[in-house]
Unconditional design. Structure first.
Length: 319
């Protein structure tokens, strides 16, 4: 099985310095960043210090401070984690080193928090798909409490399989363990948004590759394979948006979408990480809610009358 990031450069001061510059891009005007830079004017010295800490496995940064944020439209209460500047630099060092893995695993139409994609790309794609004659039905599934519900045990198991650098894994696991509670990721973290997309990528690729059905022609005996959905898009938003975290938009005929829903629920990859995919897909299909306020989901306005659906609930459990 292919592994990624086998020879990371996280212990090299030059790599850490590049990550610091990537973190500082567009943030130098922030008050907390200015205060940090006034205390650490020599970024080369800071880079050497952080690289040395990573090499020794002794990471130094302040604990995360948490606060509640009430979304103005939905009224949902989110627990946001505010990391120290030094902690955020560690996030960028780790996230930059893991980027080859993220680029390989994250699907083409996973658009949230991905540079060059985002909500604008999702809107354009859905607008184009909605005009196709075959796209008559639109269904949206939400991941309920996506960030808090992510299993750290499963996430670490997936990373251990895919990442070939022990030192990078130690740093990643340490950052994950700094989040409050026994499970979940930190809403508001640069690293968390990439890890969440990576975690959801297993569901994305399952839906993309396995949502199909074989039909046998009774007269000729020929077998034809037909996709249950024609288009698929994941949008798992960051904290700046007022949308439910995690969404799948699927276009197809009504009977095919019923079959796709059943396939996601009942037919999961029976491989080494079966538990991860079962837990993940179970979370994905808990609620199908296509009727959504267009203010919360700006791309919904592109669907118009084509958007049809109904509330569905699953009794299936992975346990």
């Amino acid at each position: 099985m292919k592994t990624y990031c086998k020879h990371s450069r996280i212990t090299e001061p030059a790599f850490v310095r590049e990550s610091i510059e990537r973190f500082l891009k567009g943030k130098r005007s922030r008050r907390d960043v200015n205060e940090f830079l006034s205390r650490h004017p020599d970024l080369d010295s800071l880079s050497r210090q952080i690289a040395d800490e990573i090499g020794r496995g002794e990471y130094r940064f302040a604990p995360i401070r948490y606060f509640r944020r009430v979304e103005p439209i939905s009224g949902k209460i989110r627990i946001i984690g505010r990391e120290s500047i030094r902690h955020q630099i560690y996030d960028y060092v780790c996230g930059t080193a893991l980027m080859p893995l993220f680029r390989a695993k994250v699907g083409r139409w996973q658009t949230a928090s991905i540079p060059g994609r985002g909500i604008a790309a999702a809107r354009r794609a859905i607008k184009q798909w909605a005009r196709e004659p075959s796209s008559r039905v639109f269904v949206k599934l939400d991941v309920r409490k996506c960030y808090p519900s992510i299993s750290r045990e499963v996430l670490k198991r997936l990373l251990s399989r895919d990442v070939g650098d022990r030192r990078l894994l130690d740093l990643t696991f340490h950052l994950i363990d700094r989040y409050a509670g026994d499970d979940g990721l930190n809403i508001g973290s640069y690293l968390s948004q990439w890890l969440a997309n990576y975690y959801l990528s297993y569901a994305y690729h399952f839906c993309e590759q396995h949502l199909s059905k074989e039909r046998v022609n009774r007269r000729t005996g020929e077998t034809a394979t037909r996709r249950l959905v024609t288009h698929l898009l994941f949008y798992m938003d960051a904290i700046a948006s007022q949308t439910a975290v995690g969404a799948i938009n699927a276009f197809g005929g009504p009977f095919r979408l019923d079959g796709a829903y059943a396939a996601v629920v009942h037919h999961l990859p029976m491989q080494q990480f079966k538990l991860a995919e079962q837990q993940l897909l179970h979370a994905l299909v808990q609620r199908v809610a296509p009727v959504v306020d267009p203010v919360e989901h700006p791309w919904d306005e592109q669907i118009g009358r084509r958007r049809v659906g109904k509330e569905c609930r699953s009794r299936w459990s992975p346990y």
